[in-house]
Ligand binder design. Structure first.
Ligand SMILES: NC(=O)c1ccc[n+]([C@@H]2O[C@H](COP(=O)([O-])OP(=O)(O)OC[C@H]3O[C@@H](n4cnc5c(N)ncnc54)[C@H](O)[C@@H]3O)[C@@H](O)[C@H]2O)c1
Ligand SMILES: [Zn+2]
Length: 357
């Protein structure tokens, strides 16, 4: 594991490490031991990932003496539901998983959010470790302890904060991603470039030379927001929602699974760039630069034709509080910076949505 790196998420109550590098899947058992885990290991994964990585993961855990059970759910956003969470809990109980056991989330953000949610509620909370296998999950969703399932009314409306014991991001697993799944993860990398570190945008423009380096860079950024504002109470962590207010609404209105999360967020970001140009002083050139990177990753820049703007707006209204007709909305005044504006009005959102119609 020599060339691999670790980033610490230094939360006071429960600090943990993110291991990043090639070939780490074979070391999950060892790392779980070092992380003081014991008892039964319950792997939760989806159909696609199970075929590729369940067996090597199981071997690694068994080599360290863990007794392993595994559960496979359907691939895709529709598995982030209360119904699936209930089925998973029932199956865990059938397998004898208890508070001395732990869950291993093997997969993308859908599995991470579902497994994290189940780990948060099963026996009022058991440990979870994340073994993220998508760009999205390695650079963003596995870090930070936000877990959730969806309701028809909106994304992530039922959930809990539950930090993982440890995260193991094997960048070799990314090699089997389909083109669309590979590209969508870069939406969150672009987001970090806009809100925090414009050098990421230059890297994306020039072409990525090392995925472990890129993942490490992004994990450090995400970890810093999480450590500063674990429960999203100071407003700082909320800056990570750049592109997400409209993006989540677009994702829900399109129908879960129609657009991948990163694809919906790309659309939400283009709209948020439009708001930023009109209301926060971002230059049109800067916005254009980000849009070019979004296009480079073959992410959508137009809403699918059948989506109605009114439906998107009413989903935003249901989800977010409008106070005196204004909404809190993350804007970027300059690439590499973001602020929470509290004076954005419905007309701003309408114009922004028009820009992606
Ligand atoms: N909790 C958070 O902080 C947070 C942050 C960002 C996103 N998310 C959530 O993450 C979810 C999106 O995650 P995602 O984009 O990883 O989607 P996903 O988990 O659905 O994975 C995308 C597809 O790739 C397949 N796949 C996964 N790993 C693979 C591999 N190595 N090789 C081949 N195929 C593989 C999956 O089976 C799936 O079909 C959304 O629900 C979003 O809300 C959560
Ligand atoms: Zn996201």
């Amino acid at each position: 594991m020599g060339a691999n790196r670790t980033v610490s998420v230094d939360l006071k109550a429960h600090p943990y490490k993110v291991h990043i590098g090639e070939g780490l899947l074979a070391h999950v058992g060892e790392i779980a031991r070092e992380s003081s885990l014991a008892g039964l290991a319950a792997i939760l994964t989806d159909e696609h990932v199970a075929k590729l990585y369940s067996e090597p993961l199981r071997r690694s855990l068994e080599q360290e003496g863990f007794v392993v059970s595994s559960q496979v759910v359907e691939s895709g956003e529709s598995s982030k539901s209360l119904a699936v969470a209930e089925r998973v809990c029932e199956a865990l109980a059938q397998s004898g998983i208890n508070r001395r056991s732990f869950i291993v989330a093997l997969g993308g953000g859908v599995i991470g959010d579902l497994a994290g949610f189940v780990a948060a509620i099963y026996y009022r909370g058991i440990p979870v470790i994340h073994v993220p296998t998508t760009v999205m999950a390695q650079v963003d969703s596995s870090i930070g302890g936000k877990t959730a399932v969806n309701l028809r009314a909106g994304k992530n409306l039922v959930g809990a904060f539950h930090q993982p014991r440890v995260i193991i991001a094997d960048t070799d697993t990314l090699k089997t991603l389909g083109r669309r799944e590979w590209n969508e993860g870069f939406a969150e990398v672009i987001k970090y470039g806009v809100i925090r570190d414009a050098s990421l945008l230059s890297q994306l423009e020039q072409g990525i030379t090392s995925m472990p380096d890129l993942v490490e860079h992004c994990v450090k950024i995400k970890a810093s927001y999480v450590v500063e504002d674990e429960f999203e109470t100071t407003g700082n962590r909320a800056l990570l929602n750049f592109g997400h207010t409209l993006g989540h609404a677009i994702e829900a209105v399109a129908g879960y699974g129609k657009l991948l999360h990163g694809e919906a967020i790309a659309l939400g970001m283009i709209a948020a760039l439009d708001v930023s140009v009109r209301r926060a002083g971002l230059s049109a050139e800067e916005a254009k630069r980000v849009k070019a990177v979004i296009e480079r990753y073959e992410l959508p820049n137009r809403l699918p034709g059948e989506i109605s703007l009114a439906a998107i707006l009413s989903t935003v209204f249901a989800d977010k509080k409008f106070v005196d007709g204004r909404i809190r909305f993350v804007v970027s005044p300059q690439l590499g910076k973001a602020v929470l504006a509290d004076d954005i009005v419905q007309a701003d959102l309408e114009l922004a949505l028009d820009s992606i119609r």
